[in-house]
Design a protein around this ligand. Structure first.
Ligand code: MF3
Ligand code: CO
Ligand code: CO
Length: 254
């Protein structure tokens, strides 16, 4: 069942979502060559806790850290560690906060040091795919429109869309109905209604879409070793469009 949130719920959610966005904005300048992903984790953890919030990933189904950090061929759910970021890496940092009784979820892929042109095209395509998907969100549209928009744009650029992970309803729980697929057909799937709140978080690969899970039971990597990018926003369906709850107006962000 897809929940409908009240205006009050959505305003409460906005605070949590904006905190997640603020954490992402704070951490980006630290993602430089030589920094460990543990250090990024700890900085995010401390900011979240200092605001009276809780990092949602910590302890979620046994996840051991407060953020996800996924480097290069890692698609998602990478576990922060003592691995140091290197010049030319790309790293997705995924921040989820729990505040006011609601979760907010956002992520972006960042270039470490000097961007590689080949990776810039991948990352920029993913960012644009999310933006184009957000633009189709309005009452009366269908979830399939979101998936089809992402799939056609991404595949048109020669990349593949990850199938095994999807966006999700979000609210009092981290992951709620529905599953928001990043592929599909226009006009198919449930109809969007005002008050639905969900994430859109496409993962796209330079090579094939196939993945493997590492022995840590969390980290998803591309089977062919190619690089993968991801961007994520939490959106609320609104009168004739949507509110992007994880976007901070007036600040440089995606
Ligand atoms: N933030 C991820 C998402 O976008 C979920 C991470 S679950 C975790 O849905 F346990 F790995 F943190
Ligand atoms: Co999510
Ligand atoms: Co996330």
């Amino acid at each position: 069942m897809i929940q409908i949130k009240t205006d009050e719920d959505i305003e409460m959610m906005r605070e949590s979502a904006e905190l997640a966005a603020e954490v992402l904005l704070m951490i980006e300048p630290y993602a430089k060559p030589g920094v460990t992903t543990n250090r990024l984790n700890d900085l995010c953890h401390d900011l979240i806790v200092s605001r009276g919030a809780v990092p949602s990933p910590l302890g979620y189904k046994g996840f051991p850290k407060s953020i996800c950090s996924s480097i290069n061929n890692e698609i998602c759910h990478g576990i922060p560690s003592d691995r140091k970021l290197r010049n030319g890496d790309i790293v997705n940092l995924d921040i989820t906060t729990y505040l006011n009784g609601f979760h907010g979820d956002t992520s972006k892929t960042i270039h470490v040091g000097s961007p590689r042109p080949k990776s810039s095209r991948l990352v920029e395509t993913c960012r644009e795919a999310l933006q184009k998907a957000i633009e189709v969100v309005r009452p009366g549209a269908h979830f399939g429109d979101i998936g089809a928009t992402i799939q056609t744009f991404t595949e048109g650029r020669g990349y593949s869309v990850v199938r095994e992970f999807c966006g999700h309803g979000i609210g009092r729980s981290f992951h709620e109905d529905p599953q928001v697929l990043h592929f599909g057909r226009f006009g198919e799937g449930a109809e969007l209604k005002k008050g639905m709140v969900f994430t859109i978080e496409p993962m796209i690969n330079e090579g094939k879409c196939d993945l493997e899970i590492l022995s840590d039971k969390w980290t998803a990597v591309t089977k062919d070793g190619s690089r993968s990018a991801q961007f994520e926003h939490t959106v609320a369906v609104w009168d004739d469009g949507c509110k992007v709850l994880t976007r901070l107006d007036g600040k440089t962000t995606f």
